[in-house]
Write a protein that binds this ligand. Structure first.
Ligand code: ATP
Ligand code: MG
Length: 259
């Protein structure tokens, strides 16, 4: 099982959006996909229309080893797509992770138990540099860094790359960086907004040779696809799927057997 974490150290960078659409695109190609909602805001759980019922295990109980990981996995409304959900109770894992020896390895260890069950696992990381964030980054075989096409986005990129360097310097990050995914790239007709163009150019510089994928364009269609449970293609906007198709192309070349 290939583990991909979407991480970016600021709010609203497209982590949840990109992990959701990448997961759906992979599931549509018949890969068995497990999504992990590692953000106490639980946007991903919400996007997947999953309601956490009282007493049902979530990522919190899985990380604390109070239940087997299999008990924390739920079917979604989409075929080939499963979820380990979260709710705001996940916040309480911080203390557990910071007081457990090698707390940053906890998610990686738990996911090993399902490595023969799924083809790909997509982890949605929180925006702050918390213990939860660290355990999601350390778990990754490939790190995807979604970044808003703005100065806030560039700061997020720098902070995320710094975190990776720090983790590498203590041998805690053994994965690779899949690349940078520009988010909310703004076009008016055939003209790209100056701010978007400049930010994406800067992403290439800051990323120093990392892949910069085709952008997620500024568009209401993504939200519409989430709200209606339909794909962008079904909504007549298959052009907006370009970033995810490109990501899958790279992943298939590097990791996945063509299905
Ligand atoms: P957080 O750090 O809060 O977890 P995030 O990095 O996961 O945020 P998202 O939740 O994916 O970011 O997206 C941020 C916001 O942008 C959301 O409100 C979402 O509805 C909106 N959004 C998603 N896709 C687009 C798009 N293509 N164009 C404009 N806005 C979008
Ligand atoms: Mg999010």
């Amino acid at each position: 099982m290939l583990i991909i974490t979407a991480a970016s150290l600021a709010g609203g960078q497209g982590k949840t959006t990109s992990s959701f659409f990448l997961a759906r695109a992979l599931a549509k190609k018949k890969y068995k996909v497990l999504m992990v909602d590692a953000d106490p805001q639980s946007s991903l759980t919400f996007y997947l229309g999953h309601e956490v019922e009282l007493n049902q295990p979530t990522l919190l109980e899985v990380l604390k080893k109070q239940v087997s990981i299999f008990d924390g996995i739920y079917e979604s409304n989409y075929s080939n797509l499963w979820l380990i959900p979260s709710d705001d109770g996940l916040e309480t894992i911080q203390d557990y992770l910071s007081t457990t020896a090698m707390g940053e390895l906890v998610l990686k260890k738990r996911l090993k138990e399902v490595s023969d069950t799924f083809d790909v696992c997509l982890v949605d990381s929180p925006p702050q540099r918390t213990q939860i964030c660290l355990t999601t980054v350390v778990a990754a075989d490939e790190l995807l860094i979604p970044v808003e096409a703005s100065s806030k986005g560039l700061h997020s990129l720098m902070r995320t790359l710094n975190l990776v360097e720090e983790l590498k310097s203590v041998d805690a990050f053994e994965g690779a960086i899949l690349g940078i995914l520009p988010f909310r790239d703004r076009w008016v007709g055939r003209t790209q907004a100056k701010r978007s163009e400049a930010s994406i150019q800067d992403m290439h510089e800051v990323g120093q040779g990392l892949d910069v994928f085709p952008s997620i364009l500024e568009s209401e269609r993504y939200k519409q696809a989430i709200d209606t449970g339909r794909t962008l293609e079904e909504l007549g906007h298959s052009n907006l799927e370009l970033p995810f198709n490109k990501l899958i192309e790279v992943l298939e070349r590097k990791w996945l057997k063509n299905k």
